[in-house]
Write a protein that binds this ligand. Structure first.
Ligand code: GLU
Length: 470
């Protein structure tokens, strides 16, 4: 049974955003999915040959973002800049096989050629001046000019592949001119490096953005020239931002790691990104395991997907709801620690009680903080609730909570007794007590909230009506 080998090959230019990371999610999922019994490997390759635009900071965001999302790789990261010798070696092989020729056309000549072609409504392309042909006499070699190396593209026939997303694509070789595969200083160019890497890394499936469709026929021709079989290709449609433009840093896309900082769960992100261009029936909320059980290349969407932050928040909220409280506490604890709070052993119970009303772990940490940090009280909000009867009831509650057993059942009956004695309604007591305890008028049921505090803290916070009292 042959093994599937996929790769993610980002260029570390600009910080990786959700649109890019989806191109990591699918090849990762395909390598990990059960849809091919031979198993799979996922390879990470950093395409850092654009020296001016590549940065270590961008590499770090790629690595951190992938680690956070759990997109683990089996091999790499490989850096193209460290593989230059290998590309030169393969270039020499290709040259020895007669698929490469030097071209001395200068940039100025190419510009003039392009202008001429455009003026005559022709597609701009290299005219083949230096391409060796049987019986053709090449022009005299200009002195002192370092040539580029061009790939001897086949003149006729078609390049065809069955794209797993786009279906059959056929490009006539007459559409393709002879690609520059090495610059005058001998450095190999992008399309050539990609092919050498995909061969050396034994990639079986290339799953990448459809901005590379135009490169594919050129890459396939180089595969053939090197006597290798091209991989299967799947070209993913673009991810659009909320305004319908291609997602990019320039128009406001956030780095992937920002979602981590904003309190999104990795599984929710995987779920949301998975649906952004792939579907399993109408399933909207699923676990990582389900995704890997279901994922294959047959249900990739053909049209561009649009990012929707409100939907992402909703998906995150659904995952928060189903996450075990102890796991949530582990995510919330460091956020509290950052704020100088040392939570107690009630944190998991606090998470369990509040998770339904939160859509991020940041929101959950904000609720949890209420249990540890002093809350600010707004007299304008609180005072209108403090009628004399209510104040008396709060003192009575203070009294009975100082003695009762500290359990939800006992706290609940203490509240009921106080209400009965004072002859007031639950809301009349509960709202000011919520404000005193949590600084908020809306909370889960009062008894459940109270027992998550220590008794001392509840008494101390109730005691604050002293400052607002009669
Ligand atoms: N480095 C390319 C990019 O970031 C991807 C190349 C590929 O997947 O073949 O768009």
């Amino acid at each position: 049974m042959s093994r599937v080998r996929t790769r993610f090959a980002p260029s570390p230019t600009g910080f990786i955003h959700l649109g890019n990371i989806r191109s990591a999610l699918y090849p990762w999922a395909f390598a990990r999915s059960k849809s091919h019994p031979g198993g799979g490997d996922f390879i990470l390759r950093i395409e850092d040959t654009d020296l001016e635009r590549s940065s270590q900071a961008a590499v770090d965001v790629i690595l951190e973002g992938m680690a956070w999302l759990g997109l683990d790789h089996d091999e790499g990261p490989f850096f193209q800049m460290q593989r230059m010798d290998r590309y030169r070696e393969v270039l020499a092989q290709l040259q020895a096989l007669g698929h490469v020729y030097p071209c001395y056309t200068s940039m100025a000549e190419l510009d003039a050629l392009r202008e001429h072609q455009m003026a005559h409504k022709q597609k701009p392309r290299y005219d083949g001046k230096w391409r060796p042909e049987p019986g053709k006499t090449l022009p005299p070699i200009p002195v002192g000019v370092q040539p580029v190396l061009r790939f001897l593209n086949p003149l006729d026939g078609v390049v065809a592949w069955d794209d797993k997303v786009k279906g059959r694509i056929e490009i006539s070789n007459t559409e393709l001119d002879d690609l520059v595969i090495a610059r005058p200083d001998g450095t190999p160019t992008y399309n050539f490096c990609v092919v050498v890497d995909d061969i050396d890394m034994a990639i079986t499936h290339v799953i990448r953005g459809d901005d590379h469709v135009n490169n594919t026929p050129r890459q396939i021709n180089i595969f053939h020239a090197l006597g290798k079989k091209p991989p299967v290709y799947a070209h993913l449609p673009t991810v659009l931002n909320e305004s319908g433009e291609k997602m990019s840093k320039r128009n406001g896309a956030k780095p992937v790691t920002q979602y981590r900082d904003e309190g999104y769960l990795p599984d929710a992100m995987v779920n949301y990104l998975a649906r952004l261009g792939w579907s399993h029936g109408d399933d909207e909320i699923f676990s990582r395991e389900q995704f890997l059980d279901w994922f294959n290349l047959d249900h990739l969407g053909k049209s561009a997907a649009q990012f929707d932050e409100a939907k992402l928040r909703w998906v995150n909220a659904q995952h928060l709801k189903i996450m075990p409280a102890q796991q949530l506490a582990d995510l919330v604890r460091p956020r509290l620690t950052q704020r100088g709070i040392t939570p107690d052993e009630q944190l998991a119970a606090i998470c369990a009680l509040f998770k339904d009303r939160c859509d991020t772990t940041v929101a959950l940490a904000n609720w949890a903080a209420v249990f540890y940090d002093p809350v600010s009280l707004d007299p304008e909000v609180l005072t209108p609730w403090l009628s004399p009867a209510v104040q008396q009831a709060i003192w009575a509650l203070h009294q009975s909570l100082s003695n009762c057993e500290w359990s939800q059942a006992h706290v609940s009956s203490a509240i009921k007794q106080v209400l009965a004695q004072a002859g007031i309604k639950m809301q009349q007591l509960a709202t000011p007590v919520r404000l005193l305890l949590c600084g908020q008028a809306q909370t889960p049921s009062l008894d459940a909230v109270m027992v998550l505090f220590t008794r001392e803290r509840v008494l101390q916070r109730l005691h604050q009506i002293h400052n607002f009292g009669l």
